[in-house]
Every structure is written in C-alpha cells, then in structure tokens.
Design a protein around this ligand. Structure first.
Ligand code: FAD
Length: 491
C-alpha cells in the first residue's frame, strides 16, 4: 500500500528528510508543511546577506518550492502552519495561512523538524521599540535590511556573543555601523574556553567593536534608543539585535504529549523516533544522546539537522540506521579570525566531573618560511588514563577549520591523544608544516604520557607564583615583549 508521510518544517532537517524519502520510495505520498514562504533556505547565510557579503537575496534560497515539487514530486505547502498533532487519530491539523482555512491531514508516519526559535526575554521597554530584531529566517532578515536601508543607523548594539551574535557584529561593522557587543558571561563564544576567548576579545577591540562583558540588558528606554545595562550603565543606540540563544520550537510536541527532555527538546531514540513510534523528530527541536558520553543534549546546528533528516527518512523504510550522536563541531568567522571547536570544552568536563588533561600548542598554520603563515592557538582535552579525546578548540587566522575537522574525525574514530602524532597529513609549505599542528598535539600528549613533561594551566599560575615556583620563559624576545608572567626569568 502507498505510504503517506507528512513533514512539519521545510528547511534543514525537513527538506533533507523529504528528498531522501522520495529516493527511498517512488510512490509514497509526501507532503511538506512550512509556515513561512520559503523552504530550504540558507539560515547560515543570513548575516552575510545583511552585511552585503552575499549580494543577491535569491542566493539564500537553496531549493524553491517549485524545484522540490518538480524534481522530487513532493507536495510542498507553504504558508501552512501545523496547529496540532492528533496522534491517536494519526492526523495533523493545518492552518492554511493564505486562505485562513483549517483542515486535517492523515499520516502513516510524521517527521517533526520545527527547529528552534530565538529566545526573546520579556525585557522592560522592549514592546515599545521598533528597532529591536532577532534573526531566524528570511522575513527577519528583510526586516533588518529594510530598517538599515530606511534609517541609516550609525550605531547598533548586539546582545549575545554566540556565533550568530558575532556574525551580526562583523556584518554590521562591515556596513559602517559602530557596534557595541553586550555579553552577560565573562567571555564570548562559549564553546571555546576562557583563555582562547581572550584572543577573540582582543581582535574584536582591534576591529573597533565596543565589547562589554559580564553585563546584561536590564531595560530599554526611549523606544529602544537607550539600553540600561544590569550595572546601571546606559548606552544609546539606533538599533538592537538580540542574539542570546535559541530554544526548541516544541509546542506541537508538547501539546501532543510527546515526551520532552530537560532542555525542552523532543526526546528521540537512536533511530530518531519520538515516544510515539510513528512520529520521528530531527534537527534543533530534538534532544538526543551526544556522541561522547551519551548524555542528553540539544545541539542546534545545520550538520546534525541535515544528517538526522536523512536518517529518519531511511528508518521509516526500515533501514535501522542509528544516529550516533553529535559532537557539536562548529566553526565561525570573526572578522579575520576563524574560531572552531569540537566535543567537550574544559567547562563541560569540569561540570561532568570527568578527569582530563588539557594541552595547548601555538604552531604556525604553515611553514614559517612561506609567506602568510599565522599562529593557531589550539587546545586538546583528553582522558589522562585512556587517552580518549574529549574535545578540541582552536583560534587563528588560517587553517583552523582543517585542524578541528581532523580532530573531530579523530574523536569519531576513537584515536588516542598520543596517536595524533602518527597521522600522515598533507603537507606543502603554503598549507602546513612537515609536523602538522595536529601532530604537535600528539607529540605533547606522548611527552606527557612518558612523563617527559608535565603541564600546568593558566589558572594555576597564581598559585605557582605564590609557591615561589621557578618560572623559566623560553619564548622568543618578541613574544615576551608582548607580555610576561611576573617573576619569570627569560633565556
Ligand atoms: P529550521 O531550519 O529552523 O527549520 C524549521 C522550520 O520549521 C522553519 O522554517 C519554521 O518556519 C518551520 N515551522 C516551525 N513550526 C512550524 C509549524 N507549526 N508548522 C509549519 N512549519 C513550522 N548552523 C551551523 O551549523 N552553521 C552555521 O553557520 C549556522 N549559522 C546560522 C545562522 C543563523 C542566522 C541562524 C538562524 C542559524 C544558523 N545555524 C547554523 C543553525 C542552523 O540553521 C540550524 O541548526 C538548522 O537550520 C536547523 O534545522 P531544522 O530543520 O531543525 O530547523
């Protein structure tokens, strides 16, 4: 009998599931419901369109409704908001937003890929303002772009220093707008640890960004033209971007009594089935076991969403494909820097009470004698007994993404930290050194294993000084000139 499969949400996870379903079954009836006007658009490109780096709005549409209908014979219903899942009847209720018509559609299987929405806290004065924006989709992007074109703002405040916030900072500065970044935590970009974040902080200041850390927004005044921070400081601004994080868009699942996790994501098993086996869920809206310790996590990234869409579509056809869990591998451009990470950072390892070694290296991206090489600050975290790699993070100008991708692959392949020294990675002077930065991490791990060296961390230095440890600084003079540890001796 012909299967009937419905998908809610037409972007990363939903569109990926839809096309894979068609490849699995030529005859199935597949209907994709999307509340907005666009399916399969490039969320990740939106900040760059605002900044004018991506010039054409049409480049943001990866596949149009017409493309998917014609190529894959999928019934794509845009402006169609699903308002309930009636799991006992195996139907959904849909509101056709254009015609204001409500109807039911039955299913054999349902895939939920409703994503995550920006967190918009109820801040005093926000509802009176017309200059406060969040960014999730093309209409949000159009609103920001129109505001900029019509009002020519000179100043902007971005609230939140995660990757979307930082991308917005860069793109607004690119338009000549003077940007202040306000972040509640003591650092931006929480996937990386505090000491590596300092490199980003310095770079943001170098680029003229007014960086305010350890501070939040308490209230908006003058229709959003003035921001009162938690410490009482006031900032005047022409516009505000709120980028303080996202939360799973779980309302349909919640009302249908599907089981949710602690973070509000829909709980799925390794086959991406929800608590109702006929219903699958993928993408930003789910909570699932992570790769490393199988703890429940909600990782709102495009890579996992796309992969999960494909897996759910395969499992509807009995392929028994398991989702092995996400590592949260991510990368971002922050002006001239690349910032990337994979797996757990030190903060998470501490919170999980897991023992770890942390090693740092600052190798060059490519041979020092070839022009354009730049230092990469790279950190590896691993289990001191088993040498299982828990995570890695890096900041630099060149070659950062490649090293983190190699390390993500090493984690998936369960390589031990010291085995990184054995990897034979491609080398020519413009690209790397004969000992690649990833090999260097392996050498340090090997030295630690053989007890040739011990490391200490930056936060232990204060105590070392107190204990009158002998600190020998073996760096080059130019490095020492940039800053040094008090009481250290240089050779
Ligand atoms: P989405 O892609 O958000 O799709 C969900 C869709 O479901 C939405 O279009 C929504 O309208 C629709 N929907 C919701 N409820 C209903 C309903 N009731 N009825 C009908 N339709 C509904 N990730 C990266 O890995 N790298 C990046 O560089 C990156 N950059 C990003 C930049 C921005 C500005 C944003 C917003 C996100 C970025 N992401 C990035 C995250 C990435 O886009 C998401 O992880 C990914 O899109 C999640 O896919 P999804 O299918 O779960 O949800």
């Amino acid at each position: 009998m012909k299967k009937k499969i419905l998908i809610i949400g037409g972007v990363a996870g939903g569109a990926s599931a839809a096309t894979r379903l068609r490849r699995n079954d030529e005859f199935a009836e597949i209907i994709l419901f999307e509340r907005g006007e666009y399916i399969s658009f490039a969320n990740c490109g939106l900040p760059y369109y605002i900044g004018g780096v991506i010039e054409n709005r049409s480049s943001l549409i990866v596949q149009s409704k017409e493309d998917i209908e014609a190529k894959f014979n999928i019934d794509v219903r845009i402006f169609s908001e699903v308002i309930s899942i009636n799991k006992d009847k195996k139907t959904i209720t849909v509101n056709n937003l254009k015609e204001n018509k409500i109807y039911e559609e039955s299913y054999d299987n349902l895939i939920i890929s409703t994503g995550a929405m920006p967190i918009k806290p109820n801040i005093e004065g926000a509802s009176d303002a017309l200059n406060i924006f969040t960014i999730r989709n093309i209409p949000d992007t159009d609103n920001i772009k129109n505001f900029i074109n019509n009002n020519k703002p000179k100043t902007a405040v971005v609230v939140g220093g995660g990757f979307i916030g930082l991308e917005m900072v860069e793109n607004l500065q690119h338009l000549g707008i003077k940007v202040t970044l306000v972040e509640m935590a003591p650092q931006v970009m929480t996937p990386i640890d505090f000491e590596l974040a300092q490199i980003i902080h310095l770079h943001l200041k170098d680029k003229g960004v007014n960086l305010i850390l350890n501070n939040g927004v308490k209230a908006f005044k003058d229709k959003g033209k003035k921001i009162i921070l938690s410490d009482g400081k006031e900032i005047s601004t022409d516009m505000v971007i709120l980028a303080i994080g996202v939360r799973p868009e779980n309302i349909l699942a919640k009302n249908a009594l599907l089981t949710l996790g602690e973070r509000g994501g829909i709980l799925v098993n390794e086959f991406l089935q929800t608590s109702d086996p006929a219903i699958y869920a993928v993408g930003d809206v789910i909570e699932t076991n992570d790769f490393l310790t199988k703890k429940l996590s909600n990782i709102p990234l495009a890579g996992p969403a796309n992969k999960q869409g494909r897996i759910a579509a395969d499992n509807i056809y009995g392929k028994g494909e398991k989702y092995i869990g996400a590592l949260g591998t991510s990368v971002a451009k922050v002006f001239d820097l690349t910032v990337a990470s994979t797996g757990y950072n030190e903060k998470i390892l501490k919170a999980l009470n897991l023992k770890y070694n942390a090693i740092h290296a600052h190798p060059l991206s490519n041979a020092g004698y070839y022009p354009g090489g730049a230092s990469i600050s790279i950190k590896l975290l691993y289990n001191p007994e088993t040498e299982e790699i828990y995570g890695a993070q890096a900041v630099g100008i060149k070659g950062v993404d490649k090293r983190i991708d190699v390390l993500a692959t090493a984690i998936y392949s369960k390589l031990k930290a010291s085995e990184l020294r054995n990897l034979e990675l491609s080398y020519a002077p413009p690209f790397s050194s004969a000992k690649d930065p990833v090999n260097m991490l392996g050498y340090v791990a090997e030295n630690i294993k053989r007890e040739l060296v011990k490391t200490f961390q930056w936060y232990e230095v204060k105590n070392l000084i107190k204990e009158k440890a002998f600190l020998l600084d073996i760096r080059e003079k130019v490095e020492r000139d940039l800053g040094t540890i008090e009481t250290s001796i240089h050779i």
